[in-house]
Design a protein around this ligand. Structure first.
Ligand code: FAD
Length: 311
């Protein structure tokens, strides 16, 4: 094995990782981007992205990510499919284990994003793919002319509920509070959509199923204690995300929720390791902020490598 396989290794092929890859390879640094699934990250499940500048009228997530991917390899970025299982800080070098094989680099950029949060109720896991889903874009079309429920009250829940009205006869939007935490424009769209019925102040208390899958959802009103059965055969959970950081195993400092502690400059607690996008402690988790982080992380990594060479 070489002392130094790459100048920079980037973990994660979402908007943050791909932007970091574009900047690093354009700076002529030998850079590898490792992605465990398909390139594009969470955006691969986004139907319409209306807040990415330059696309009036919006663009769908996979189309936007295809353009990112085409662009990020333009300057020679190397990409590989594989899951990073472990990282180690060896001082001037960082070591990664990718599916049993070791790789080394001078600077490491972690851009592993986030995963949808589960409700954590009985039966949920066993019904994934048989009524329970975390991705409306992926699974919405399976529920043509049926009744379904979306759980959550933020932008993603509202967007998913609206999207699902294309297929379903009826969409319950179940939210634990008495108002949505979304932009005014989304609220107006939700409230004016005849297919959407709001189920306020409520949480999912149980799931019923038969051999074919989910048959109904039990919800409990937190204010009155009343239970209600929603005759829904689909349940889309949209209650937020968890950072994908368990593989870090304490190498860099994380907050109580698992987010990597890193400020605007993307520096982590370890010199030469940077964190970009949804996996770090930031106040807004969007494509635009992930892209900004990717650019900052790559330029900070470049500066770090330069300083190493002169130390
Ligand atoms: C349904 C949906 C709709 C959205 N709509 C919008 C929108 O309209 N506008 C907007 O701005 N934002 C939207 N977002 C949020 C946006 O997608 C995220 O903020 C953005 O994707 C974060 O980018 P990221 O690169 O930090 O992480 P991610 O997109 O999560 O990418 C991280 C990548 O790292 C990979 N990875 C993780 N662990 C490893 C490992 N150990 N080894 C190798 N690879 C690994 C993952 O497979 C993933 O591809 C939406 C999100 C969702 C889920």
């Amino acid at each position: 094995m070489n002392d130094r396989d790459y100048d920079i290794i980037i973990i994660g092929g979402g908007p943050a990782g791909m932007t970091a890859g574009l900047y690093a390879s354009r700076a002529e640094l030998k850079t590898l981007l490792v992605e465990k699934m398909i390139m594009g990250g969470q955006m691969m499940t986004a139907t319409l992205v209306e807040n990415w500048p330059g696309y009036p009228g919006g663009i769908n997530g996979p189309d936007l990510m295809a353009r990112f991917q085409e662009h990020c390899v333009e300057f020679g970025l190397e990409t590989m499919t594989g899951e990073v299982e472990k990282i180690e800080d060896l001082g001037a070098l960082k070591r990664l284990t990718i599916e049993g094989k070791d790789y080394q680099c001078q600077a490491l950029i972690i851009a592993t994003g986030a995963n949808p949060r589960k409700l954590g109720i009985e039966g949920e896991e066993g019904l994934v793919g048989r009524g329970v889903s975390y991705c409306a874009t992926c699974d919405g079309a399976f529920f043509r002319n049926q009744t379904i429920a979306v759980i959550g009250g933020g932008d993603t829940a509202a967007e998913e509920a609206l999207f699902l009205t294309r297929f379903a006869n009826k969409v319950y939007l179940v939210h634990r509070r008495d108002e949505l935490r979304t932009t005014k424009i989304l609220q107006n769209r939700v409230f004016s959509n005849e297919k959407i019925e709001m189920v306020w102040d409520s949480v999912v208390s149980g799931l019923s199923s038969d051999n074919s899958g989910l048959t109904s959802i039990q919800v409990k009103n937190l204010k009155t204690g009343d239970e209600r059965k929603l005759e829904a055969v689909g349940m889309f959970v949209a209650i937020g995300v968890n950072p994908v950081t368990t593989f870090l195993n304490g190498v860099v400092a994380q907050d109580d929720s698992g987010y990597i502690k890193a400020g605007e400059n993307t520096h982590t607690s370890v010199s030469g390791i940077f964190a970009a996008g949804d996996c770090r402690t930031n106040i807004l988790k969007q494509v635009s902020t992930a892209v900004g982080d990717g650019a900052v992380a790559a330029t900070q990594a470049e500066k770090y490598i330069d300083e190493l060479a002169h130390s």
